[in-house]
Design a binder for this molecule. Structure first.
Ligand code: SIN
Length: 331
């Protein structure tokens, strides 16, 4: 009997030790954050700030691994990978969610937001906040928006009026609105991953592309594009997303801390974005590799007149109330 009790006791001790060993072996929660841009960009800086905050506040409990420059996944694969649990955070451009929701197409409408203040007003308002949940039925949750800035047109020849873009090939993100925008000026849009843009421009397989000052600078597009038209015609912003399964599976107190750190990192990233849209523009001008063309009001109006009718094609898919709220945010 005594031997039997001893045997049961040893078994209990063994099971308990195995449990501790498993927890220790499981180690901290690892958050893999994948993105496609360079580290010296608003998104790159935001991701690094998030890592820094988490590791200071939750040492041993949560670790963040950041993978910049499409090292882990390009934007076309990252959301699928997230649903499989292979990556936990990403911040794709709002133009790259077409497969998951139509409402985010709003952000691609040309000449919708006159400046980044209007963008913030809309994103912080009820419609912008509702859009963060537009991916929920697909298993994804939007945790917040991050700014990059307004887009400019770069090309191998000067683009002053819409006719200058006719028959030219432009790389675009995977958005039907962006395709329609370029078709509206008689150009040929090509949906290509961000990681391929430099080579496509360098080899002259395409004539131009649209992007923000920080992406044009950090990916050296200005070195292979002799002209940049300061058009401010569209927006490049991001949604920070995670999978609902991962997010809801986190212990509640850790989830709260992680969200707090993310919100702070986004505020930091937005400051970087505002600064870079000024500094990177100036660095490009100073480099003398690319000529920055400033449009007259009359020239800009011609682009507006050609591109804005694209809104009508998409307003039913997006929702007229969303569009009205975005217009109101700029007033
Ligand atoms: C990004 O800023 O994340 C990439 C934008 C692009 O694909 O042009």
């Amino acid at each position: 009997m005594k031997r039997c009790r001893l045997l049961v006791l040893s078994l209990v001790i063994a099971v308990i030790s195995m449990g501790f060993a498993t927890i220790a072996a499981a180690g901290p929660i690892v958050i893999k954050f994948s993105h496609v841009v360079a580290e010296n960009t608003p998104k790159g800086q935001m991701a690094n700030k998030f890592k820094e905050l988490i590791e200071k506040r939750l040492p041993g409990k949560v670790e963040v691994e950041v993978f910049p420059n499409s090292q882990l996944f390009g934007d076309n694969k990252v959301l699928e990978a997230m649903l499989l649990g292979d990556v936990h955070l990403a911040a794709p451009s709002l133009s790259k969610f077409k497969k998951y929701t139509k409402v985010l197409q709003l952000f691609d409408l040309p000449f919708l937001f006159k400046d980044m203040a209007a963008v913030s007003t809309f994103q912080d308002g009820p419609y912008g906040q509702k859009m963060l949940m537009s991916l929920e039925s697909k298993g994804l949750i939007g945790l917040g928006y991050l700014h990059n800035g307004l887009k400019q047109l770069s090309a191998s020849s000067p683009l002053r009026v819409p006719a200058d873009a006719k028959k030219k090939k432009f790389r675009i993100m995977s958005s039907d609105v962006l395709a329609a925008q370029f078709e509206a000026v008689g150009a040929m849009p090509l949906k290509k991953p961000f990681s391929e843009v430099f080579t496509l421009l360098q080899t002259k397989a395409i004539d131009g592309q649209e992007n923000t000052w920080s992406n044009i600078y950090s990916k050296k597009f200005f070195e292979v594009q002799p002209y940049i038209t300061e058009s401010n015609h569209g927006l490049l912003d991001y949604m920070v997303v995670t999978s609902a399964e991962f997010w809801k599976g986190l212990p509640a107190e850790l989830r709260t801390e992680i969200k707090k750190a993310l919100d702070e990192a986004i505020v930091f990233g937005n400051m970087v974005a505002a600064q870079k849209s000024v500094d990177d523009r100036q660095k490009i001008i100073d480099s003398k590799r690319s000529k920055v063309l400033v449009l007259t009001d009359a020239e800009r109006l011609l682009w507006v007149e050609k591109m804005k009718p694209v809104w009508e094609k998409f307003e039913d898919q997006i929702g007229k109330d969303y569009l009205a709220a975005a217009i109101a945010a700029g007033k």
